[in-house]
Design a protein around this ligand. Sequence first.
Ligand SMILES: *[C@@H]1O[C@H](CO)[C@@H](O)[C@H](O)[C@H]1NC(C)=O
Ligand SMILES: *[C@@H]1O[C@H](CO)[C@@H](O)[C@H](O)[C@H]1NC(C)=O
Length: 449
Amino acid sequence: MSEEQLLRVLVSLLIIASARYFRFVNSSGEDSIVADVFNETTISRIAFGSCSFPKKPQPLWKHISSQRPDVWVWLGDAVYADTKVVPLLWTPSPLGEMVEKFNYLKFSSEYQEFLRSGIKVLGVWDDHDYGMNNGGKHYKDRLQAQGVYLDFLDEPSESIRRRREGTYVSYSFGSGSRRVKLILLDTRSHLKWGPECDILGAEQWSWLEMQLSDPNPVALSIIGSGIQVISDVPYTDRWTGCPSSYDRLIWLVQRNPRVILISGDVHFGEFSCLNSTSTGYPLYEVTSSGLTATCVSWMSKATCRWLLENVLTSSKRTHPFITELNYGLITIHWNDQPISIAVEVRGETGSYLKQTISLAHLEKARDANRCPQKLEDPPVIKKNLFYAAAICVLTTIFVGLLRLIIFILKIVLTRIVFPLLGISLQSSPSSSSSLQRTKHKNNKIIKSE
Ligand SMILES: *[C@@H]1O[C@H](CO)[C@@H](O)[C@H](O)[C@H]1NC(C)=O
Ligand SMILES: *[C@@H]1O[C@H](CO)[C@@H](O)[C@H](O)[C@H]1NC(C)=O
């Protein structure tokens, strides 16, 4: 191969490689922007939600479509594609069963009607639609499950999402000063916990870095993650559970102001805000979880609210959480001066949580701590009493179980195993030797015969 040929091959490889990530919008002649999918329609309403049990009533779809959002974003657990063994214990389902579960929702009359409204449906998965509760990179069917999930979203067959490992994707809507970028992160396909934890995996990290380093300004970037990002509610899969990934994400987000986070997963709705110590601007997170079931579906409302108030607390919570069935809505008021953004958690009876943020408020600035007032911390005594009670109950159960196991073991050994082996427990040394003697005698008898 001549030098020139080699050069030509290298250049075309470079073009192919960059075409994977970059597409240049040239119709208006001005833009070079990084995204997987481009759509020049200006959008002003983004609705999103998570945690939907297909067999439970689906009351929210008509309310969501009545808000006339431009897009609907699934933020995980669109269906529970894995199989419940007992409460809190799930096992992956065979792929065929997964497909059936997705189709059950997809072809339900409520969802079909929603699809007919023409609202564009986008999404990324979390653990249950991934196929494994709290699953990560070791889920053995993850790549095949990806096809099942993308089929559910009617992702075109030539989509880049069918060629990469993971369901992450980015969209650029609108153009010029009204460009909105939607970045959806796959927090399952590459997730690993432990001291070497990582949430996105190397390829997705470099992709995200590119998404957040646009040469052209983006009016607003919305980053979606199934699991919560800045909220630090304990006992959930969350970004703050892997400090190195969390740190890196926040570092990437500070490069690119005007980011709002959206998340799901936790079966309640809340607003969180990270004071701008690290980002240079306040970082808001809207969590909407529970399209068909929130925590009150499994326990009394009072218990659920008590737990969320006193134990499952977050140091970033700025508004009281909500436990009604809910979806999220972001409305961009392009004609306001300055442009403003209303973020909401809504449900059957309207808006439950609402805040209006000026776009200018999301610019980098010196006066760092511009988040709303954080909710007062609950008295620690309640949390401690809860843990003390929980430890007592668990210890009692543990001791009880231990005694039961010892009891059963004793019966099995003395009544079944030892008799089978010919060992007698009550026997004194003399009686045991007499037993042996009889055996010998018996042997002799057999031999002599
Ligand atoms: C562009 O976005 C709008 C608004 O969501 C949607 O109605 C339209 O179908 C999209 N176009 C394409 C080609 O996806
Ligand atoms: C952000 O900082 C301000 C000023 O210190 C404080 O009043 C507010 O409670 C903080 N908000 C959050 C959510 O941390």
